[in-house]
Each structure stands twice: as C-alpha cells, then as structure tokens.
Design a protein around this ligand. Structure first.
Ligand code: 13P
Length: 255
C-alpha cells in the first residue's frame, strides 16, 4: 500500500440473504476501521435493506451495486439505473466483472459505457479487469488489461480515473482458492499504474487499484504489503462477517 487510503470491497455475487445482512449489522464494527474505506456490494434486491440496516448506522461502511445498465431509463427489462441506485443509497458500482464479461458477453466497449453512465451520475465505478489462465499462459495478460482500460480512456478520458477505482482480478484466481502471489499481483498492478502514467502521471499515482481473487484473512496481509496494491475486492471470504472484518483489519494495519 502506498499512501492512498486502502479500499476493501465485498462482492457477494448471487449469495447472501436477510440473515447475512443481519449478521453484518450486528457484528460488523466498521467504526474501528477509520483509516480505510469499506464497501459491501450485495445483490441489488438487498441494496435497500443493507443500506438501512447497516450503512445508515455506520457511516464508515458504504453500499454498492454489482452491475448497472448503461442507459438512464426505459424499456430494459430486468435492469437497474443510476437513479435507482441513488434512491437506495448505493454510491458505488462494480462494472466489467469477469463473470459479466464471460457469462453475459459484456465487451470492453459496453463496460466503458457502464463506467461512463456511473461517473456522470455521481456513482463511483469500480472497473474490473483480469486475464484468463490461457491468456496468462499465452503472455497476453498486459494486452488484455490495456484493452479494458483503453476502452474506458477512449470513451471517458484519462481524467475519469480520478474518480474511479480499478480492480485487478485474474480469472484463474477467482473462486479457486488459488490467489495470485503477492509478486504476481504487484507486477500487474504496477503495469496498470505505468499504463495510466503514459496518459497522465498524476491520475496514475492517485488511482486506487484493488486486487481480487481468493483473498482471505490469511493471505491479505502479504498482498497489502505490495506497493501498488491499495485494497481488495473480496468474493467468498466476504460472506462471513468475521473473515471480511479480519481482511479489513489487515488493511488498516498495513496502510
Ligand atoms: P473470490 O474472492 O471468491 O475469489 O472472488 C473474487 C471476486 O470475483 C470478487 O469480485
């Protein structure tokens, strides 16, 4: 971690229920984590409940969505808009998660549109990017990531990363229990920062880059010691409040 305020985000994916929200409300002591930013992204149907049960009582914990539509409103069955996110007090949104790219066919261009609609409507986007195992084996990691980032720069400009957040999530590390090593993650985080620096040094130095992929309470501390890792996007381990809390505490002590 390198001077930027650590950011720890939970992505519940299609998991969680009212009981888990109550667990977070009762046990999650975000006030004790004053030096870091904490975000939870539950499924969209739970955003309002989470906002009112947890976030409202703890200003230290923010709420975000896992996806949004690139349009403002209209005939888009099943979709949610930035205006709706504001109404349930969600101030962040994950865009371009690898599951959305691979299962739902989201392209870099579509993800850039989602990033843009979020930013222009005062919702902070978290842009996910990462390579598959095959892409890593074929030494395509940097190309894949540059393509995802350049699609956003092309549509929104480099300054859009003054407000946004980036999450590096190697697909082969997601849900597999096989995290990238701290060195592997640092190498890619450094690449992302140097790629942004080709456009704007200040933006590159100021953007928070999170690591995601099998982060847990045991491997978090070593990851957070790396210079260009500014936090984590946590899947499975965020479904147990004590585990997520332990990851947050690691970030607090390695800031
Ligand atoms: P896991 O932590 O379960 O590997 O998931 C990571 C992720 O995809 C977070 O967005």
């Amino acid at each position: 971690m390198s001077g930027l305020k650590p950011f720890i985000a939970a992505n519940w994916k299609m998991n969680g229920n009212n009981a888990l929200i109550s667990e977070f409300a009762q046990q999650f002591d975000a006030e004790a984590l004053s030096d870091i930013d904490v975000l939870v992204c539950p499924p969209s149907v739970y955003l309002e409940r989470f906002s009112y049960q947890v976030a409202k009582h703890s200003s230290a914990i923010a709420v975000g969505a896992q996806n949004l539509n690139e349009n403002d409103s209209g005939a888009f069955t099943g979709e949610i808009s930035t205006a709706m996110l504001h109404e349930v007090n969600a101030k962040f949104v994950i865009v371009g998660h690898s599951e959305r790219r691979s299962i739902y066919g989201e392209t870099p261009e579509l993800v850039a549109k989602k990033y843009n609609v979020a930013l222009t409507n005062q919702i902070t986007p978290i842009l996910c990017t990462g390579e598959s195992e095959q892409e890593r084996d074929n030494e395509q990691t940097f190309n894949v990531i540059a393509k995802d980032i350049d699609a956003v720069i092309e549509l929104c400009g480099i300054k859009s990363f003054e407000q946004g957040i980036i999450a590096y999530e190697p697909v082969w590390a997601i849900g597999t229990g096989k995290s990238a090593t701290p060195e592997q993650a640092q190498e890619v985080h450094q690449f992302i920062r140097s790629h942004l620096a080709k456009y704007d040094d200040e933006v590159a130095a100021g953007v928070r880059i999170l690591y995601g992929g099998s982060v847990n309470e045991k491997n978090a501390a070593e990851l957070f010691k790396q210079n260009d890792i500014n936090g984590a996007l946590v899947g499975g381990a965020s479904l147990v409040s004590e585990k997520f809390m332990a990851i947050c505490q690691n970030a607090q002590s390695n800031k």
